[in-house]
Design a protein around this ligand. Structure first.
Ligand code: SF4
Ligand code: SF4
Length: 76
């Protein structure tokens, strides 16, 4: 099962907690300002993400979600 890691920039206030706790150093704060006026977190190295969900648990604004997604079958 594949995973999809998503950061909702409308809820992220750029506190950097997720960046600090990620054990794989996947996350960084953007240099571009969000519509809300913050510098939101993003996955700078998504290939290193192990989907441990520590960032989701730590985010005080519940801006990070990790979903299990069906991998596309090569049928039909
Ligand atoms: S912990 Fe949440 S609010 Fe803080 S930078 Fe990360 S995603 Fe944004
Ligand atoms: S799920 Fe784990 S490895 Fe992936 S960005 Fe969040 S804390 Fe880092």
């Amino acid at each position: 099962m594949a995973h999809e890691h998503h950061i909702d920039i409308d809820h992220c206030k750029g506190c950097g907690l997720c960046v600090a706790v990620c054990p794989k150093k996947v996350l960084e704060l953007s240099e571009s300002v969000s519509p809300k006026g913050y510098f939101p977190a993003f996955q700078a190295r998504p290939e290193d993400c192990i989907h441990c969900a520590i960032c989701c648990t730590m985010c005080p604004d519940v801006a990070i979600t990790i979903c299990e997604v069906e991998e596309q079958a090569e049928s039909d």
